[in-house]
Design a protein around this ligand. Structure first.
Ligand SMILES: [Zn+2]
Length: 64
């Protein structure tokens, strides 16, 4: 199947053949992705624990 203009969900990168008519939450593939995007804007998502540790290391800001 070849779609000239493949639309993909900006969150999970899942291909969405058919266009917005098939997806009530367009441009997201589902409601969940829509909420994820909303969380991004609110800054309450995308907290990577591993990175927090790295930040702690590179920032010489120890109180004790
Ligand atoms: Zn998605």
């Amino acid at each position: 199947m070849t779609t000239p203009k493949a639309v993909r969900c900006p969150i999970c990168d899942r291909p969405m053949p058919g266009g917005r008519a098939d997806y009530p939450d367009f441009p997201f593939c589902c409601r969940r992705c829509r909420l994820v995007d909303l969380g991004r804007w609110l800054g309450e998502d995308y907290r990577v624990p591993g990175r927090e540790v790295e930040d702690d290391r590179s920032t010489p800001d120890t109180d004790h």
